[in-house]
Design a protein. Sequence first.
Length: 342
Amino acid sequence: MDLFAFARVLIDLDSTTGKERAVGDLLYDALEARARAHGGTVERMPVTEERFNVFAAWGEPAVVISTHFDTVPPFFPSSEDEEHIHGRGACDTKGGIAAMLAALDALLAAGRRGFGILLLVGEETDSIGAQVANEQPRGARYLVNGEPTENRLALGSKGALYLDIEAEGRAAHSAYPELGDSAIDRLLAALARLRALSLPSDPILGETTLNIGTLAGGRAANVIADRARAEVMLRTVGSSAELLPALREAIEGGAAGGAGAGLRIAAWRETPAIYLGALPGFETCVVKYTTDIPRLSRWGEPFLLGPGSIHVAHTPHERVAKRELVQAAELYRSLVEVLLDR
């Protein structure tokens, strides 16, 4: 397999979340050929009517390497220079998939067995592929997940806590604001209270951070707003058991008519922070983003490593260094062998 060429083939197929089928079919065919040649098995693992994960194994899989093949929008195709491959998914995570398949080829050529690969849909939104896979574990003791870590083993990853906040007010003509009650004013006050909170920290994972991601509301410039909405994302370093009540108190307050009147958390969801394994001889780091790992709890003790930098993922400048792809293929092979020999 030409590592760089295959990475570009994957990148050039649009697999923004919900449209993964073409890449899924390509990956199934690539793994089926390896299964036929080396006595393995491959399957499509249905997720929805049109979407599926792909799982392949050679022997009883004690070690499974895994990542996702959906990407964020907008799609843009690959390009290449002497040092990098560019394009949507180059580092998050189609380059990593190409490196994983190169590692599989090396393991199979060496006659190794007892490993598998799990490729998932939906990581960039709700991790539905991982949730479905977690209902169908294959007995693995170890999971090596691929995300851009600059080829270092991550010692941990922050969690994510999403809040959908809604505010209600009373509409009125803007010339007579005393007749109305601005939902936007209420929401801005609640967001100010959120930003003033003292948030938890962790000696390994660092600080909890808060981002106000979207704001919307009102009907026109000359109307007192009767509705408003904000989406907030916190990158967490521990359990939400104590954090969420503090957030709710800052937003909703106490009794009707208080600072939180007309405000509510309409929806929330959480991906927990996690600590991860390290191995002798592998460089380490800590990452601030979330992965599918918390949704794959039944697939073994987790490790996290992949080529590329998260700082260019999800941007118009997404790319991965060719040298990192080559290194990642060797690192994945080495990780599988080390874990198989445990």
